[in-house]
Write a protein that binds this ligand. Sequence first.
Ligand code: FAD
Length: 390
Amino acid sequence: MSNNTYDVIIIGGGIMGSSTAYNLMKADNTLKVVVIEKDETYAKASTTLSMVNSRIQYSLKENVQISQYAAKILDEFEDEMEVNGVKPNIVYRREGNLVILDEKAEPAARQAYEMQKELGCAIEWWSPEKIKEAYPLYNMDGVVAGTFGPEDGHFDAYAVLMGYKAKAKVLGVEYMENEVVDLITANGAITGVKLASGEALSSSTIVNCAGAWAKDLCAKAGISIPVEPTKRQCFAVDPAIKPATALPLTFIPSGLYFRTETGGLILLGKSMDEDPVGYDFNWDQKRFLENLWLELAEFVPAFESLKLIRGWAGLYAVNTKDANSILGEWPDLKGFYLANGFSGHGLQQGPAVGRYMTELITGATPTLDLSIFGPERIIANKPIRESGIF
Ligand SMILES: Cc1cc2nc3c(=O)[nH]c(=O)nc-3n(C[C@H](O)[C@H](O)[C@H](O)COP(=O)(O)OP(=O)(O)OC[C@H]3O[C@@H](n4cnc5c(N)ncnc54)[C@H](O)[C@@H]3O)c2cc1C
């Protein structure tokens, strides 16, 4: 094999690219794998700009199973990713997820709750009284119930990313800081990539892990995918009255979500219809001051007095067809695999997607069948949606 020829080329070294690289080497450490990442500071990668929540509260069975697997991997992660005696510290805090339900949201949530229970998830149906008892600062007006996942939580995304990357490198993966500017194809198959530096690399297996840039990359091979880079904003605030205990990631019916962060801070965010498509990373304090603060203070009146500390903006790779991932080989371009369109819930999907992509590439039987997320449904226009508030 020549120097510029690889068994697998992975484009994008975020959580998807790095988990896939690690899983490939774990499956077969003779593989020659390169991850091409255009910015090794990860300043604009969604992985490092995420809220980093993992939850089992989905209505599609496969999304629940993906998160069940994430919880297992995160529990074992620090030991598994030890390199030369150094273990990553991923600060995995299982402080729970609480979904607040109004009358409209209750029926779909009840169905999802039953399914999650059947799958063996830790999930509890709470009355408004129970919610108030656990979190006395919350206002129960209009609330009919809540679903609480006590084992859900959040972690340090950068630490997990660096953990995967360090281990993948020790197992033999090459990381290259460069930008893929073109895809090379011949006779309905992918054959390589062109880099911004002018080099060309060859491989018959190439994985698109380019996150919010995935659609641009596909376009280089004449492939159109419904994945739009969409700005999402988050804020960190310091409330005058601090809750007595950590608050779980709490989703309220308006779509606002918040949780406690270290140092007495509260993190919050909300996806909004007017969020622009494009590569815009500017955050806007007006959005918090004129909009989200009111919603937050209505549900938590104690948060009427607070200080806005900072905000940030990152990109969701929104699959505009059905807000779910697109996983698998593109039917019309042999060897070109997609791990795209995670629509705001990809971080927790990193472990399962890395394993699944590996199984598809190596021809192993998938441990968890994720074929419902295959690109065929996009071509056939058969969306698969989550129900409920997400
Ligand atoms: C504000 C916000 C909150 C979120 N909250 C959560 C949450 O609570 N829970 C959750 O599970 N998920 C959440 N997400 C979503 C999650 O962060 C993403 O789904 C996940 O990180 C996607 O990982 P990725 O590897 O596909 O993309 P990325 O992390 O963006 O990595 C893609 C990489 O590809 C590189 N790249 C792109 N094009 C090229 C090219 N041509 N050549 C070389 N390199 C290239 C980029 O530089 C980038 O580093 C959130 C996202 C945001 C923005």
